[in-house]
Design a protein around this ligand. Structure first.
Ligand code: SF4
Length: 90
């Protein structure tokens, strides 16, 4: 399994939703832009909560599963490069 951090820059996103069809963890937010589904089973953070954090217009979630290829496809499909996938070590 791969541990990886997914970042979505809201400022760059323009709501084309190419990502949603590649990885269902990307969903439409209330603002009409993409976000990461908080119910998408991200790993627990230091406080013991499963979290998708939103800070300064940046949505970040860390996963530990076999779905990294889907996320990479979503990132590649994004025309404005709003999604970044970074593999992190344990
Ligand atoms: S593909 Fe990129 S621009 Fe389109 S909704 Fe997803 S993150 Fe936003």
């Amino acid at each position: 399994m791969t541990k990886y951090e997914v970042t979505l820059e809201k400022e760059a996103c323009d709501g084309i939703f190419a990502c949603l069809t590649r990885d269902p963890r990307f969903v439409e937010d209330e603002d009409g832009l993409a976000t990461i589904d908080p119910d998408a089973d991200p790993i627990y953070d230091a406080t013991g909560e499963e979290t998708v954090t939103v800070e300064a217009g940046r949505v970040v979630a860390t996963f530990d599963d076999d779905r990294v290829d889907e996320t990479k496809k979503a990132a590649q499909a994004c025309p404005v490069d709003a999604i970044e996938v970074r593999e992190v070590s344990e």
